[in-house]
Design a protein around this ligand. Structure first.
Ligand code: NAD
Length: 479
């Protein structure tokens, strides 16, 4: 390999989660060697058996190919070996919300930084923070590491390189990123800058798409992107509810506004609220860190609150529909807030068939999924809940519901068993397979033919023809 080529580089990732695993697997196509490190021994053991702990299209083949050709290694110990061998060390561990206050929990990031600092060997190493971290963290990590390094002649830089992959198409996004942001490198020709240019040379479409910024700008760009996406979702949800009150169709409205290039057509689908492992926690962390500067991000504070209210209202709405027979008049006013407490809704012993649990389609991630919230609400009211999700493993569902052991949560193998004897069927994730169910069969199985589609997945007139009371968001109900 030519000097300065990506095929010269050896890199390590700390954290074999969605970000670390996908990045390691994709970089192993190009680099000399990639180590994927995780303290979770079970996770590493299953990766070595080519069992992939997450659902991501295209990941499995690449992982197998690179693992078998010994360019990709999985380690749960002896990280020293990887640190010694690597030119670049990526920190891609979790930064969850700290319990209670919404701050990002940086303990995993700092524990990796400490380990690296203690194990660095003489010579130059580049440390890259890929985890989403509050503004100012890279600076703190660099200072912290400087204080911890004991070995003489160790040289290192810390740069920020936020990740923008989308779960469900993460491999595709990694290979063809819209842009790559690198913060805190030295000037053109400096070791940090050269290494990052080399590493990303196979991926960036043109020079413009590789942006070099300061640490703080890179950290801010990540939060600003997620905040903007959450804003678009919340914006659409507010309009959907208003559309419902005035008999307008949200799809028509959003399609038309999305044709304006300044607005763009993405992220304008109504839904049960945003969730997942990133948007809610990142916006909370952003708002919290702004507060530390005595600055209120009022727009985003209202987005957070609006989203919480939305999840609650959606749960209430689904609950109410178990008692009312096609309450035509009430649908819009309900979501808009005339009904306030779920406790007024008696759903004790009612049956709910829930289709979809993940926070969006094409992932198995349940973190902060609105569907989990809805199911929890229904269970707490004493309802019988049956769920089906094409990608969710029973063990992970149980892990998410450990407060509700003993309640009749029934995890099913397919949509039909989940909907058997249901008083209400609710679609909570936009899985493609829910579009094409055998509606006649489903109709014959349910106790009452009521469908709540919180993803606007189905065509109202078609489903109405099958004899269902059909409710969706921001579209006139159809009976
Ligand atoms: P994850 O929870 O799926 O994975 C994190 C992994 O780090 C876990 O497997 C954990 O065992 C491991 N880990 C914890 N401490 C460790 C240590 N000391 N050494 C080695 N491994 C350790 O997290 P994720 O979804 O991959 O997210 C990672 C970061 O990237 C977060 O900051 C997140 O906000 C950000 N991010 C995530 C996404 C996404 O779509 N998931 C997208 C962009 C950015």
């Amino acid at each position: 390999a030519k000097k300065g080529d990506v095929s010269d580089l050896c890199v390590s990732f700390f954290g074999a989660g969605y970000v670390g695993l996908v990045s390691s697997v994709c970089l192993a196509d190009f680099c000399r060697k990639v180590y994927c490190l995780d303290t979770d021994k079970e996770k590493i053991a299953s990766l070595r058996d080519l069992q992939i702990p997450i659902h991501e299209p295209l990941l499995e083949d690449k992982l197998r190919k690179n693992y078998e050709s010994k360019r990709l290694f999985f380690l749960s110990e002896n990280f020293e070996l990887a640190i010694r061998d690597s030119d670049i060390l990526f920190i891609a561990v979790g930064t969850p919300s700290r319990r209670g206050d919404g701050h990002a929990d940086l303990s995993y990031v700092f524990s990796v930084a400490e380990l690296i600092a203690e194990m660095l060997t003489p010579g130059y190493t580049l440390i890259v923070i890929k985890s989403t971290v509050p503004i100012g963290t890279c600076n703190k990590v660099q200072e912290f590491m400087k204080a911890k390094v004991k070995t003489p002649k160790v040289q290192f830089d810390v740069v920020s390189n936020p990740e923008f992959l989308r779960q469900g198409s993460a491999v595709e996004n990694f290979l063809h990123p819209d842009r790559v942001v690198v913060g805190g490198c030295g000037p053109v020709g400096s070791p940090s800058r050269k290494q990052m240019e080399t590493l990303y040379s196979p991926f960036v479409k043109d020079k413009e798409a590789l942006l070099f910024t300061s640490w703080e700008e890179a950290e801010m760009i990540k939060y600003a992107s997620n905040a903007f996406l959450a804003l678009k979702i919340q914006f659409t949800n507010e309009f959907a509810d208003f559309c419902q009150l005035v008999n307008a169709n949200i799809s028509v409205v959003m399609k038309a506004i999305g044709l304006d290039e300044r607005i763009g057509s993405h992220y304008l689908q109504p839904g049960p609220g945003f969730g997942g492992s990133c948007l809610p926690k990142d916006i909370r962390a952003l708002v919290r860190s702004a507060q530390e500067y005595s600055y209120s991000m009022r727009l985003l504070e209202s987005v957070i609150e609006g989203n919480e209210i939305r999840k609650r209202r959606i749960a209430q709405w689904i609950a109410t529909l178990a008692n009312e027979s096609c309450p035509k008049e009430d649908v819009g006013t309900f979501l808009h807030g005339h009904h306030t407490t779920v406790t007024t809704t008696n759903v004790y012993g009612k049956r709910f068939g829930i289709l979809g649990l993940t926070f969006k389609a094409n992932t198995d991630d349940l973190r902060e999924s609105p569907a989990i919230y809805v199911v929890q609400e229904l269970l707490s009211l004493g309802a019988h809940v049956s769920v089906y999700d094409p990608q969710v493993k029973i063990e992970s569902v149980i892990r998410n519901f450990d407060n509700f052991k003993g309640f009749p949560l029934n995890i099913c193998e397919d949509s039909y068993s989940a909907c058997k004897d249901a008083d209400v069927v609710a679609i909570l994730t936009e899985w493609e397979e829910f579009r094409n169910l055998d509606w006649d069969r489903l109709h014959s199985l349910v106790s009452r033919p009521v469908i709540v589609d919180t993803r606007n997945l189905l065509e109202p007139s078609l489903i109405g023809e099958k004899g269902f009371c059909y409710y969706s968001l921001g579209r006139p109900p159809s009976f």
